[in-house]
Design a protein around this ligand. Structure first.
Ligand code: MG
Length: 125
């Protein structure tokens, strides 16, 4: 495992960058949540008005792929920043949420096309 695979390592790196610039005073839950969405919108903008086939072709273009990587990183940086000021253990949070999702969407019930059946069943009951 590379050190950049560690959420704690990344969170510390992002916090260090923020603190070296004196930006912590601007980091509050509301503005960080807004920033996550703004960066996610920048990611979406790269796909806007393009067909699935056009995007497939563009993904072979290094400049386009680099823009996607940058925007995904921006989203992640703000997620890490929000987790930092709220003292959230992101790894634990994801693990707990996946466990909840496993119960909500049992693989044997939702695998492939069965997902639609489950949604229809829940809608009807
Ligand atoms: Mg951006």
């Amino acid at each position: 495992m590379k050190r950049t695979d560690s959420l704690e390592y990344l969170k510390k790196m992002v916090s260090k960058f923020r603190d070296e610039r004196g930006w912590k005073i601007y980091h509050n839950p509301k503005d960080l949540a807004i920033s996550i969405i703004i960066e996610a919108a920048e990611l979406l903008e790269l796909f806007q008005w393009r067909t699935v086939d056009e995007i497939k072709t563009l993904l072979n273009n290094n400049e386009f792929k680099s823009k996607i990587i940058d925007e995904i990183a921006d989203v992640m940086i703000y997620i890490l920043s929000l987790a930092d000021i709220l003292a959230i253990d992101l790894g634990k949070a994801v693990e707990i949420k996946i466990r909840k999702n496993e119960k909500k969407y049992p693989a044997d019930l939702v695998y492939g096309g069965k997902f639609r059946d489950l949604i229809n069943k829940r809608t009807l009951t």
